[in-house]
Design a binder for this molecule. Structure first.
Ligand code: SF4
Ligand SMILES: [Zn+2]
Length: 339
């Protein structure tokens, strides 16, 4: 494998860390990328597109680093199109109980011998251990949207730039280097692309000058740096209807960006209007009620407690309220579990 990359790309999610990375590259503090690539799901908030335009105007063009916007389609339209291959977003679901319903005994089981949710049952008869008699169970859509809408178009573009579009095989000594804006507080999520022809590097992790004196910048260091350059308004990059949002974010959308809120509410309703053979209903909010009826207001800690056990299941109240601050990047959707 050649030590020298054919070219260097910067993975631009347009959030805090990757915007910082772009600035540092333009300032010459990290190796200069030949291009930056932004994967567009087609459903980012208006503020993200405006931010991207500003990066292009004020950083990319003066520095002579082109931003390539790549896409495989509009995630919102695809998710609601019954003819489109199933788009799996990380929605909160309610579906038929997979223990008692297939056995034809709604809410109960007879002579059950199986392991259910980590517990062994031998010849058990009684209330269904999965659904506790309700006949339904909660789940989550398996997130395929990040690989499909963010990683796939980036891979395609990198192959093109290398001169080996799919399905050509790429020689072992040809690769590109990709700068990814992981900060030190995200160390658990740092990972390579898994592609031999696209090797990731994480320049924020080796920077000096962090507020706590340690090596590598945190998200807070990035924010401080952006603020010093007049970019404190860097928005969170995530699809308008991404279910990985805390209540605070939903409230902000409802109160400050009513058009986006109306769009998300309409999408949430439309999800359940799609005919589905498996009987599963999808929701954007963790409470699994329609978004415009979901309990997104501020609540007392006592209410948190009862809500956690009553409706929200396993979701920690801090996450329910605050969500994840960083949005969705191609190489680790920072909202929720790693892809
Ligand atoms: S922001 Fe959410 S919906 Fe959009 S690609 Fe990432 S995980 Fe999927
Ligand atoms: Zn059941």
């Amino acid at each position: 494998m050649s030590a020298q990359p054919a070219f260097r790309t910067l993975s631009l999610g347009a959030g805090v860390q990757s915007t910082t990375l772009f600035f540092l590259a333009a300032e010459g503090r990290i190796p200069r990328p030949d291009v930056a690539i932004f994967a567009d799901t087609g459903w980012e908030p208006a503020a993200v597109y405006a931010h991207l335009d500003r990066i292009e105007r004020e950083i990319a063009q003066p520095a002579g680093i082109p931003i390539l916007r790549v896409t495989v389609g509009d995630i919102r339209a695809d998710a609601l199109d019954p003819a489109h291959k199933f788009v799996s977003m990380p929605t909160f679901t309610i579906g038929p109980c997979q223990v008692c319903i297939p056995r034809g005994t709604l809410g109960s089981v007879f002579n059950l011998t199986a392991e259910i949710d980590g517990k062994e049952y031998t010849d058990y008869t009684g209330v269904c251990p999965r659904c506790k008699g309700r006949g339904t169970q909660h789940g989550m859509g398996q997130r395929q949207c990040t690989p499909e809408y963010k990683i796939r178009p980036i891979k395609k573009k990198v192959r093109e730039l290398l001169g080996y579009p799919h399905p050509m095989s790429i020689p072992a000594d040809v690769h590109a280097e990709q700068q990814v804006g992981f900060s030190r507080d995200e160390l658990g999520r740092v990972k390579d692309s898994g592609l031999r022809y696209l090797r990731s590097v994480f320049p924020l992790l080796s920077l000096e000058g962090a507020a706590d004196g340690r090596q590598g910048w945190t998200r807070a260091d990035c924010r401080r740096y952006l603020k010093a350059h007049g970019w404190e308004s860097t928005p969170r990059s995530a699809c308008v209807g991404c279910p990985f949002r805390g209540n605070r974010e939903w409230r902000e959308m409802r109160d400050e960006r009513p058009a986006e809120w109306a769009d998300a509410v309409a999408f949430d309703h439309a999800l359940r209007a799609i005919p589905r053979a498996d009987g599963i209903r999808e929701y954007l909010h963790a409470s699994r009620v329609p978004l415009d009826e979901a309990p997104i207001g501020r609540v007392t800690s006592h209410e948190w407690k009862s809500r956690q056990t009553d409706i929200f299941g396993q979701i920690a109240d801090a996450e329910l309220e605050l969500g994840n601050p960083d949005g969705c990047g191609p190489w680790a959707c920072r909202s929720g579990a790693a892809a």
